[in-house]
Design a protein around this ligand. Sequence first.
Ligand code: MTE
Length: 391
Amino acid sequence: PGKGDPNILNLPEWSTTLGMPVATRGYGMPSKYEAGLIRRQSPGLTQTAAASVSFSPLQGMFGIITASGLHFERHHQGWHDIDPTKHRFMINGLVKTPMVFTMDDLMRLPSVSRIHFIECGANTGMEWANVAVPTVQYTHGMLSCSEFTGVRLIDLLEMCGADLKKGRYLLAEGADGSSMTRTIPMELVESGEVLVAYGMNGEMIRPENGYPLRLVVPGVQGVSWVKWLRRVEVGDKPYGTKDEAVHYIDLMPDGMHRQYTSLQEVKSVITTPSGGQILLDKGFYNITGLAWSGRGKIVRVDVSTDGGVNWRQARLEQPVLPKALTRFNIDWVWDGKPAILQSRAVDETGHIQPSYGQLRKVRGTRSIYHNNAIQSWLVNENGEVSNVQVL
Ligand code: MTE
């Protein structure tokens, strides 16, 4: 007597009292017990919090869709909650009829909904030369995946009579004060993939992510997904704006820069077990993670538990969509000895995620952007998991 589990022996409050009424919260919130699962900023990474980034807690997310409140944020000059009745979207440049759309105008038009990942080009950027941050939230958390709803940009360009022969480039401009503008090649738009989106995960896009309108450019680094989108200009050459000439370029080992490398290459990461977590005991674990490629679908993910000596093929969970996150899982029995966990993704174009050794041979160590190297997590005898690099 007295030795049983009190959680079974005693009836809890929630089995003996009346619960909360409906609509106590007009808009639902996560359980108070999940309060630790939040976006976080990296202390000391940036000078001001208005020109900064908050990272998604990948370690606590399931499936492939990012809860809207956990979507990472990257602002160059802070975010605003823009009055949609005052927001305008203009198309000008090499078009027959320049047009200005209100939100009401846009929401009358045929819409599509598509699931895509968005990854900042600077994701994993702190890790180029050595291990810098402890957890997957900070190594890979400039990454999210949502269902976006909006109008295809090509349809809007056709309404304006855009000159698709001469007008091979677009300039996209946001309504915030950052003057963050990006050149978008017309062939991406002609594919029908680029959206002028107002919806995210079944509701209006959140203010932090561009309410009421943002550009969705599947497969391309986040900076081109212009938020609070107010203007698209059709032009005949790349615009070479400050965010393409000075930022979001790749510093190569010979001191030269690569420009317009905006595609996000094939990449994956194990989210559990990952840095900062602790395995309680030896025995069975489900290794789970995410894989993605800006070139299309993921076709294969291999997982190693011995630092890349042996590899086993992981299960890809459905749905496997182009330019979206893909969830993978694989069984593992931990024998209590030190282990190094890695994942390596392959996409449908045959591109294979590189090791740090392979990537550094081409790219060096002084870059910020476009680090898609294989991530390694060390599990020590105490079950503590930490960030390490394996060449
Ligand atoms: N658009 C505007 N207008 N202003 C910005 O600061 N940041 C860009 C892009 N679009 C930005 C913007 C960058 S660098 C990224 S990575 C993505 O938005 C981030 O989108 P998110 O905040 O929804 O995650």
